[in-house]
Design a binder for this molecule. Structure first.
Ligand SMILES: NC(=O)c1ccc[n+]([C@@H]2O[C@H](COP(=O)([O-])OP(=O)(O)OC[C@H]3O[C@@H](n4cnc5c(N)ncnc54)[C@H](O)[C@@H]3O)[C@@H](O)[C@H]2O)c1
Length: 388
């Protein structure tokens, strides 16, 4: 209670108690770890004390590049770092590729360390369940790195649904796409099965699902009929492989670059989903939420990464006429990554609930895994999630 009071007091004053520092470690020092370290540098109550990467020397070079000194990096993996009790770690950022999300996170939780795990939560539903159980046993904070959640316009979608303006929501179409956007600027960790496990489906599909599921209160998924393909990623003539001189990436591509699904959710909502890293069209369509009183259109973007493409529109009746009400784009005055990091730090420091809780993201992961499973089996599957 004392911690909660201190947090509320600091929130009112909009200050951070810099007298109590949190000791942070970073596991995996690749591309996204750069955003974590830059945000940690802006937090007055953080000391980044350790970093680990499987590639020898990578962590040391990473901290040097980011101008952060006195960080211990002589670890062969997450395990050695978490075993080093001299570090007295309060929390870690897990910034490893998807297939290495669960092992380091569970290890950290078992060591009593709070975890900010990058999105997607993991690759399979079984892994997600194991992770949620470890979190429950540890009593520590485990938050999943969905920074679009903090966007003022994303929050507006949830407020519109919760206000009752749309009536009863019964159908949602969501997804996003890129014409040519297979992410290989830093190598192949997003496209190889051994590192990524899932492709566009998990990488950007998790954002599309979170945008709408969070708005409607994360109903449980019941059944999924899914499809995935990989026509672009496996083609050595894919334009970006050719432009960057890497036709060999086609042989390494072991995930999906397109996925679609028809999902039934508890409460009678139908979710129609499609996602693409590459496709021969400009957009797979806007996100739409249909309710009995009104509908909401959320414009897509050219390069889907979880942001909203422009003003949203509400379609409804007024005085017997059909009208369209624009929802102005809200100004986002704080950096989303800073909000993601700050909310995790506050939860860790004051024992607050995880800002992006696994109780919700478990359903997101269950859908991703069920789409892959259904596609492999060529039929609809039932989603079965045991008690955690
Ligand atoms: N939130 C966002 O906006 C965002 C953006 C990009 C990537 N991501 C997510 O971040 C994750 C990492 O992506 P990336 O582009 O940084 O990948 P990356 O391949 O550049 O970096 C991952 C690093 O983790 C290291 N690693 C793997 N297992 C390890 C272990 N057990 N111990 C220590 N180091 C280990 C690898 O050697 C590699 O250096 C992915 O899951 C991705 O989906 C999130």
């Amino acid at each position: 209670m004392a911690d909660l009071n201190a947090f509320m007091h600091n929130q009112e004053k909009k200050t951070v108690d810099a007298s109590r520092k949190l000791r942070i470690g970073i596991i995996g020092t690749g591309w996204i770890a750069g955003a974590h370290i830059e945000s940690y540098k802006r937090q007055p109550d953080v000391e980044v004390v350790a970093g680990a990467d499987l590639i020898p020397g990578k962590a040391a070079a990473f901290f040097k590049d980011h101008g952060v000194e006195n960080v211990k990096t002589d670890y062969a993996s997450h395990k050695e770092m978490l075993d080093d009790e001299s570090l007295h770690l309060d929390a870690v950022s897990v910034c490893t590729y998807n297939r290495q999300h669960v092992i380091p996170s569970i290890y950290a939780l078992k060591k009593g360390v709070n975890v900010l795990l990058e999105k997607p939560m993991c690759v399979t539903l079984d892994e997600a369940i194991e992770l949620c159980r470890a979190e429950k046993e540890s009593g520590k904070v485990l938050s999943i790195g969905f920074q679009p959640r903090f966007d003022a316009n994303m929050k507006m979608i949830k407020r519109i649904v919760e206000s009752g303006e749309l009536g009863q929501v019964y159908y949602i179409q969501t997804g996003g796409g890129r014409r040519r956007g297979i992410p290989t600027p830093f190598g192949t960790s997003f496209i190889e099965d051994k590192t990524a496990g899932l492709g566009a489906l998990a990488d950007i599909g998790c954002y599309s699902l979170d945008m709408v599921l969070n708005a409607v209160g994360y109903p449980k998924p019941l059944t999924v009929s899914g499809y995935k393909s990989a026509f672009f990623g496996t083609d050595p003539n894919y334009c970006n492989y050719v432009k960057t001189g890497h036709p060999e990436y086609a042989g390494k591509f072991g995930v999906d670059d397109f996925a679609a699904a028809f999902i039934r959710l508890e409460g009678g909502i139908i979710l129609d989903f499609r996602i693409a890293w590459a496709m021969n069209i400009n957009t797979p369509g806007d996100t739409i939420i249909l309710g009995t009183k009104a509908g909401l259109r959320i414009p897509s973007t050219d390069c889907w990464n979880g942001s909203i493409g422009g003003p949203m529109t509400i379609y409804r009746e007024l005085g017997g006429e059909q009208i369209e009400v624009p929802v102005p784009v809200l100004k986002q005055d704080k950096d989303l990554f800073d909000m993601k990091i700050r909310s995790f730090l506050d939860a860790s420091k004051y024992g607050l609930p995880a800002p992006v809780p696994t109780s919700q993201i478990l359903y997101n992961q269950a859908i991703l895994s069920a789409i892959a499973e259904s596609s492999n089996l060529g039929r609809e599957v039932e989603v079965k999630i045991p008690e955690i």
